[in-house]
Every structure is written in C-alpha cells, then in structure tokens.
Ligand binder design. Structure first.
Ligand code: UDP
Ligand code: MG
Length: 135
C-alpha cells in the first residue's frame, strides 16, 4: 500500500554558504523525493528558538539557535513515499563522523553542529514544522 508523506527539510547555513543546495536537491530527486515548495530566507534567533524548542533543555540549545539564525537557509517541503524516514535515511546520522557513506551529512557535513541539513523526525513533527515555515 502506498504511503505518501510530506516532511520539512532545511539546508542549513553551512551548506547554503558553500552553494551545496543543487547537489543536495539532486540527492532528494534521485531518491524520489519531490520538492513541493522551497524558499530561501534568514530567520531571527527568536524564530530559531521557537523552531527548536523541543531542544530547549539541551546544553547545545543556545549555540544551535545562534547557528541556525547565523545566515541564509533554504527550507523545503519534500513529498514522496515514506518521505519522513526516507529523508532521515539519506541525511545520515546527526554527527557526520557517524553518517553512512553517501548520505548528505557524510558527503557535506563539517561537524555535529554544522551538519548541513535538518529533517523532520516524525509525521507529527513534519506537520508542525511545515506550518512553521509555510503558513
Ligand atoms: N546538535 C549539536 N550538538 C549535539 C547534538 C545536536 O549541535 O550534541 C545540533 C545538530 O545540528 C542537530 C540539531 O542540534 O542537527 C538537532 O539535534 P537532533 O538531536 O534533533 O539531531 P537531528 O534530528 O538534526 O539529526
Ligand atoms: Mg531532530
């Protein structure tokens, strides 16, 4: 049975800055994830804090919010079969050191904080995150 989902992807400042957007989009396309909507923007620290509020008790929260608001990002709605888990699989592990060969974070990630992409971790959070950026 088919299970078409939508998920939110963010190309983070480190990847936007290195003009990796087309290379990352090519990986989505190769994996049958289509881009329904896309926009480039820069968010404020307060917006980053709202977006990442599930991490507010973590020691890396403040740095994470500074980072996500530090430069342009590209946000996209991806759609496809099992899009949430598929995107997580092709992103690779949070720490690029642990990301499998060929994943986006393996290819492009610099460090655990500058790990090039964000992807929603559940269908429920995908809905919340899509609404956050595409009202
Ligand atoms: N992060 C960090 N230090 C850590 C763990 C996470 O800087 O020790 C950052 C990292 O950029 C990560 C983001 O916080 O992508 C959100 O963390 P999460 O555990 O949700 O990882 P993800 O879902 O992005 O793989
Ligand atoms: Mg996460």
């Amino acid at each position: 049975m088919s299970n078409v989902e939508q998920t939110l992807s963010i190309i983070k400042p480190d990847a936007c800055e290195r003009n990796l957007s087309d290379k990352i989009k090519a990986i989505f396309s190769k994996n049958n994830l289509s881009i329904l909507k896309s926009k480039k923007l820069q968010i404020s620290k307060d917006e980053a804090a709202e977006f990442y509020k599930i991490h507010q008790s973590k020691p890396f929260y403040d740095q994470l919010c500074n980072y996500l608001s530090s430069g342009p990002i590209e946000v996209m709605i991806l759609e496809g079969e099992n899009a949430v888990t598929k995107n997580r699989d092709i992103m690779g592990a949070t720490d690029p050191k642990n990301a499998k060969d060929g994943t986006i974070r393996n290819l492009f990630g610099i460090s655990i904080d500058k790990n090039s992409v964000h992807g929603s971790d559940s269908v429920e959070n995908a809905k919340i995150e899509i609404k956050f950026f595409f009202k």
